[in-house]
Design a protein around this ligand. Structure first.
Ligand code: NAD
Length: 246
């Protein structure tokens, strides 16, 4: 499972899945470029890692900032092998009837346009030697998510972008997949709980009758970006305790 000398970009690396993935990859030889809106947080993660790593402030909803993060891969490490477009936001739950245009806009900017911006600058760097991109969508990007219409719609868009890009660029040996987790115990879920989503109800929604743990999601993220997983592309992989089997 070596990622020796692979240049790997991760967004949303100050917390949750992104942070844990960085902590997994760094001791295994990866050269990391970490971006997050939370500049201090992502710098602290970088400072705690053993390998070659740079951290940058990056708002993934702003195209120039995403481009700058990708450019940093070339400037510091000479290219890009793997990109994980992971940064995202949740939203306070509310009926679809109450969702505002502003709430749709912010969800689409951070959860969907970010995926387009990322791939737009990551793919050209992979067209010569191939590469792999993993977009972090959600179980809410595969099925409906009551009270989360704004979030769910943006994650469906992320899945659509993933599949389209995978088909367009498969001939360049660039693999592009999405991971679609069910509710998982990260700081995002704590924020959602504060905003009124009940963790007990979320747990009951899964056939396993529990939430996911971050390590369980990151384990699948690792397997999706492994260079040996070389024939899988265009997939949206559910990691959901069985929710999608209903
Ligand atoms: N935790 C879950 O239940 C769950 C389930 C399905 C999908 N996801 C998705 O997984 C991804 C990671 O979430 P997490 O659970 O680790 O959450 P998290 O809140 O722990 O981490 C998200 C990170 O993204 C960063 N971020 C937010 N907006 C940003 C922006 N505009 N630009 C750059 N960085 C930004 C935050 O600062 C934070 O460090 C998200 O895309 C989320 O939608 C999470």
């Amino acid at each position: 499972m070596s990622f020796e000398n692979k240049v790997i970009l991760i967004t949303g690396a100050a917390s949750g899945f992104g942070k844990l993935l960085a902590q997994y990859l760094s001791p295994r030889g990866a050269k990391l470029v970490l971006g997050d809106l939370n500049e201090k947080g992502v710098q602290a993660v970088a400072d705690s890692l053993p390998g070659d790593v740079i951290a940058m402030a990056c708002n993934v909803a702003v195209e120039e900032e995403v481009k700058a993060l990708v450019d940093a891969c070339v400037a510091h490490f000479g290219g890009l092998d793997i990109a994980v477009n992971n940064a995202g936001i949740s939203s306070p739950p509310k009926s679809l009837l109450d969702v505002t245009e502003q709430e749709m806009d912010i969800n689409f900017a951070v959860n969907a346009k970010s995926v387009l911006f990322g791939m737009k600058y990551q793919i050209p760097l992979m067209m010569k030697n191939g590469g792999s991109i993993l977009n972090v969508a959600s179980a809410a990007g595969i099925g409906g998510a009551p009270k989360l219409a704004h979030y769910s719609a943006s994650k469906h868009a992320a899945v659509g972008l993933t599949k389209t890009a995978a088909v367009e660029f498969a001939r360049y040996n660039i693999r592009i997949n999405a991971i679609c987790p069910y509710f998982t115990n990260t700081p995002m879920l704590d924020n959602a709980a504060v905003a009124g989503m009940d963790k007990g109800i979320m747990s009951q929604g899964s056939p396993m009758k529990r939430l996911g743990e971050p390590e369980e999601i990151v384990s699948t993220m690792v397997s999706l970006i492994l260079p040996s997983n070389s024939y899988m592309t265009g997939q949206a992989i559910n990691v959901d305790g069985g929710v999608s089997a209903f």
